[in-house]
Ligand binder design. Sequence first.
Ligand code: TXA
Ligand code: MG
Length: 328
Amino acid sequence: MPLLDARDPQAVLAAAAHLEAGELLAFPTETVYGLGARADVDDAVRRIFAAKGRPAAHPLIVHAADIEQAQRFALSWPTVAQKLAQAFWPGPLTLIVPRQPRLASVAAGGQASIGLRVPAHPVAQALLREALRRGVTGVAAPSANRFGRVSATTAAHVAQEFGPALQVLDGGECPGGIESAIVDCTGAQPTLLRPGLLTRERIEAVLGSALGEPDASSPRASGTLRSHYAPDAKVRLMPTQPLRDALGMLGDQASSLRLAVYSRSAMPAVRGIVLRRMPDNAAAAAHELFAVLRELDARGVTLIWIELPPASAEWDGVSDRLQRAAAA
Ligand code: TXA
Ligand code: MG
């Protein structure tokens, strides 16, 4: 029972009924799996914080079936939010807007703002529509991982995080692989709080102006803590040549290190070291990133040396997750 196969239409109905009843449900989106609960029932939302071990002041994203449903949670709808929602929803973008004071305050961690997203994944869409039919207007859902850890991109990863008792709607592998881009629309200038696969250029092209950088006054986002997205193994990010040089110098002590190397460039084979190639394409790298970190943990690797991704914009989301993994 805890695993529902989303290819079965009955499973989506059962999953929506589960949400309606105020229970936790993990479900797939185009980015990563979410750990969901109905946003309008405070006790349901509190279960999310308890399961994740997440501090109650860290706000969750509320997911809605469409732009009209999302807008219900907003006190006002800034022009920038409208432009971005029109261009990118449904899709991997979260908008922070002023919150309707009486709604979803636990989900919003008590903040005056709220993070909203209309996901594009067909299973998430079917689930949100069925939930809406049952009176559930929004589903609060952080990424389905314990606080500070690597996000889950398969149903099996969700079960690794929370155990077999959690109800999971299994929609296969998430296509995107890293979390949505987050744009704060509450200030004078919209700011990018978290990069995703949607590039800064594409967002700025729709806005017709530059995105600001988050500063001390920006709302807190746990995905923006310096250390986050961490596997058990220690991660070190290195430029190509220093990585190659370091490998060349390992010699006989190599196998005792329990080291893995994850790189786009070819690296010299060293006995006792796991070499894993990162795709050349940013979307493909994002798609597999968290699964690879989990797989290396499962192999008992304790140290992962990762080649720095290219500095170009399409790699921003992957670079951001790697930097935070390395800061742990
Ligand atoms: O792709 C995604 O965004 C996934 C899927 C499940 O939708 N969700 C996700 O949720 O990554 P989570 O909770 O792991 O990350 C959401 C981020 C957090 O860093 C949170 O602090 C921030 O969004 N956030 C949510 N509401 C906010 C608000 N009102 N103000 C500032 N930051 C907010
Ligand atoms: Mg997260």
